[in-house]
Design a protein around this ligand. Structure first.
Ligand SMILES: NC(=O)C1=CN([C@@H]2O[C@H](COP(=O)(O)OP(=O)(O)OC[C@H]3O[C@@H](n4cnc5c(N)ncnc54)[C@H](O)[C@@H]3O)[C@@H](O)[C@H]2O)C=CC1
Ligand SMILES: O=C(O)C(=O)Cc1ccc(O)cc1
Length: 370
């Protein structure tokens, strides 16, 4: 990347740590300045050679100068505006500042009040992440194939937007330009509401009279729907408050959808209930969430195994002998919708099919999605 010699990343947590790794290993940027108030993260990133220069900051002071062409601000939503004010005096002319916060409109309006001088601020939000936090949870592939929203101000020049889009592409993500209000409305529905619902499902079951049984029996569906309830509560409080009106609108609309279904049950309306599920299934299959979203697709198999020592080792060895690379392996405690108990994940369909053939030819009962 000829015209981008140095990049700074402020906040080396899950997102900043992943951006720094992607800049280093995918965009091939060698000068990366990592800045964080957490000295352990700065030291770990230096040790990993993810960053070339490390600065531990004493909140809210930034010791200057920051010699970077682009600065990614990857700190919590509520800190972005103050961080921009603190950084502007220390960067060079033409430097592009961008953030990664999950809510955009309050930040874009807040930044309008800051004297940016010769710097340019372009809002950003990678639609990628996990329920984890901190530097050690990050990885260089987190942004791969993820949409990366950019919310440029009306005054933004094309050259700056092109430069930022280019580096985002070089990290493996897909830049999408959008206005901040539309962004906030859309993410309220597809990101913020699901987090509220995941936590609400937890509250719902926790408060039931047979909560202990529910905890014991909660199976795949419940696990899939509540993974994100394990996310950072402080971060989600900030996000929901920063996008309160859009999240509230989504909740109201969602309650109406749920009530519609409850009415179908009251009316024993079998046809409407079936259409409800068919339409939902169709809409889901129309969404590009399987291959282009926060999670990497895996190709799974379920192997019916006896509960005896050595079985997992036996299967892993068999697959290893055929040079099949296992992405993940685990015992399913829940047998809700499968009759097997060992789940093995592969990164592609071909490996999955080969694994099925090998295990079946050794007498194992194997299930795989097609
Ligand atoms: N967690 C996720 O999946 C996603 C988060 N985001 C957004 O990205 C931003 C960062 O989120 P995460 O990486 O998940 O959080 P994180 O908690 O993993 O990382 C935040 C980092 O910022 C540092 N930090 C906080 N205040 C600071 C300050 N004043 N000066 C210097 N460093 C400071 C922390 O020490 C920490 O290393 C947030 O604005 C969040 O809304 C965007 C997409 C996905
Ligand atoms: O863990 C998940 O699936 C997420 O939903 C992660 C996430 C969290 C916050 C965002 O603004 C975007 C993505």
């Amino acid at each position: 990347m000829d015209d981008i010699a140095a990049v700074a990343v402020v906040g080396l947590g899950l997102i900043g740590g992943s951006i720094a790794r992607a800049l280093r290993y995918k965009a091939d940027i060698h000068r990366i300045i990592g800045i964080d108030k957490n000295a352990d993260y700065v030291h770990a990133a230096l040790e990993d050679n993810v960053i070339s220069d490390g600065i531990v900051v004493d909140d809210p002071n930034i010791p200057g100068p920051i010699d970077a062409d682009i600065v990614f601000i990857c700190t919590p939503v509520s800190s972005v505006q103050a961080m921009v004010s603190a950084i502007v005096p220390h960067v060079k002319k033409g430097c592009i500042l961008t953030d990664t916060a999950s809510v955009k409109a309050p930040i874009m309006y807040g930044i309008e009040t800051i004297l940016l001088g010769d710097t340019i601020f372009i809002g950003g939000h990678p639609m990628a992440g996990t329920e984890k936090s901190g530097y050690h949870a990050g990885n260089s592939r987190l942004l791969e194939n993820a949409y990366y929203i950019l919310t440029p101000p009306s005054t933004c020049d094309d050259e700056a937007l092109d430069k930022l889009s280019h580096i985002i592409r070089s990290m493996g993500a897909i830049p999408v330009i959008m206005d901040a209000d539309t962004h906030d409305e859309v993410v309220a529905a597809v990101s913020h509401l699901p987090h509220v619902l995941a936590s609400s499902l937890m509250h719902f079951t926790k408060d039931q009279h047979n909560a202990e049984y529910m905890k014991l029996l909660a199976a795949g569906a419940f696990r899939d729907m509540t993974r994100i309830a394990a996310s950072n509560p402080y971060m989600w409080r900030e996000i929901c408050l920063a996008n309160a009106s859009a999240v509230k609108r989504s909740i109201d609309d969602f309650i109406a959808v749920l009530s519609r279904f409850a009415n179908m049950l009251d009316d024993k309306d079998a046809e409407s209930i079936l259409s409800y599920f068919i339409d939902a299934k169709q809409w889901r299959s129309d969404m590009p969430i399987v291959n282009k979203s926060y999670v990497y697709p895996t190709f799974d198999i379920i192997v019916d195994v006896d509960d005896k020592p050595g079985t997992i080792g036996e299967i892993a060895t068999l697959l290893g002998q055929h040079s099949l690379n296992i992405k993940n392996i685990g015992i399913l405690n829940s047998r809700e919708d499968t009759s097997g108990a060992l789940k093995i994940s592969f990164s592609d369909r071909e490996t999955q099919r080969t694994a099925v053939d090998i295990l079946q030819s050794h007498g194992y009962k194997v299930f795989a999605d097609s």
